[in-house]
Design a protein around this ligand. Structure first.
Ligand code: NAP
Length: 323
């Protein structure tokens, strides 16, 4: 057996990261396109010194205990880390890292894509071309809402929220409202943005886009009462995490035209079952969690995850730490 540190990588990630890890570590990569089952994950982490994990891997006390005292670092291949019990990692002396910034533009672009698609009735319009429903140019079909000069509400004006707000301001001259834990004077100055309470943001915005992390505080932040505060012409976009929305309440709101439409990159659960009632709604666009899915972002994430693992194994501070 080699005396190199053992690292388990729970999915195939770009070579840019794997090659770096392989220079210094014994690396096992889970080769299948679906995540390892829980019992398999527990089996694989046993005796590992480092882990590269995906948002689908729950890293909790049980995983840390099973991995054993040799585990030094968990590098999440994502910026969100709601799948990791960070407090338990701290207790076990395990460093935790993530992959911020490199995926910001890619994810902000998907938020913009969903905003446009949901605003312009993309789902039924594109389907009508394929299924023969498109009979002629029709003056009253697929009437959407326009973006120029409207108000966008950004829930969570962090890295991705700000990049999305810049697109809205620069591209369509939108007014920007936002919520965040702390004021953002740069955004107020550069984008003419205004920090408001969530209720005001929901009531005033023509477009609401979610960019906060999933925490106990943000779980089901957008529930039935929140949806009822939105304009009937409003479009809701979620590229954050599925659980930030009460999905049953969203389904009811879309069906009853409480809001105009929604664009979702993230759902509960993932994958969304093909018989989900959301998929029957013409005013809902759903993507399979592709926010960071560009070659640039995923390659950069792989390098950052490898850098985190190598630093953690060497006992150095992680270059991209969580918390
Ligand atoms: P970030 O820079 O940490 O931004 C998060 C923002 O949310 C911060 O501005 C924070 O405020 C704010 N916030 C925290 N709690 C809040 C609350 N209760 N209400 C309102 N705002 C709140 O993170 P990021 O890099 O932009 O990423 C944001 C999230 O996007 C990630 O956590 C992840 O879940 C999701 N994401 C999804 C994809 C995808 O593929 N769809 C890709 C990347 C990321 P302060 O700045 O004042 O603390």
């Amino acid at each position: 057996m080699s005396d190199k540190p053992r690292v388990f990588v729970s999915r195939v990630i770009p070579d840019a990261g794997l090659d770096r890890l392989r220079e210094h570590c014994d690396v096992e990569v889970w080769p299948k396109p679906t995540p390892p089952r829980r019992d398999t994950l527990l089996d694989k982490v046993r005796g590992c010194h480092g882990l590269v994990t995906m948002l689908s891997d729950k890293i909790d006390e049980n995983v840390l205990h099973t991995a054993g005292d040799g585990l030094k670092v968990v590098a999440n291949y994502a910026v969100g880390y709601n799948n990791i019990d960070v407090a338990a990692c701290r207790k076990h002396g395990v460093a935790v890292g993530n992959t911020p910034d490199v995926l910001t533009d890619a994810t902000a672009d998907v938020a913009a894509l969903l905003m446009l698609a949901a605003a312009r009735c993309f789902t039924p319009a594109a389907a009508s071309v394929r299924d023969g429903g498109w009979k002629t140019w029709a003056p009253m079909d697929h009437l959407g809402v326009e973006l120029v000069g409207k108000t966008v509400g950004v829930v969570g004006l962090g890295r991705i929220g700000r990049a999305f707000a810049e697109r809205c301001r620069g591209g369509w001259g939108m007014n920007v409202l936002y919520t965040a834990n702390s004021p953002k004077p740069d955004a107020d100055r550069d984008l003419g943005a205004r920090r408001v309470e969530l209720d005001e943001l929901l009531a005033e915005s023509d477009f609401v886009s979610l960019h906060c992390p999933l925490t106990e505080e943000t779980k089901r932040l957008i529930d039935a009462p929140a949806l009822a505060k939105m304009k009937p012409t409003a479009v809701l976009v979620n590229t954050a995490r599925g659980e930030v929305i009460d999905q049953d309440a969203l389904h009811a709101a879309l069906k009853e035209n409480v809001i105009f439409s929604a664009g979702l990159d993230v759902t509960t659960p993932e994958p969304l079952p093909t018989d989900s009632p959301l998929l029957d709604l013409p005013n809902c666009v759903v993507l399979p969690h592709i926010g960071s899915a560009t070659r640039h972002a995923r390659g950069g994430m792989a390098i950052m995850a490898a850098e985190n693992v190598l630093a953690g194994l060497a006992g150095r501070p992680l270059p991209h730490p969580v918390g």
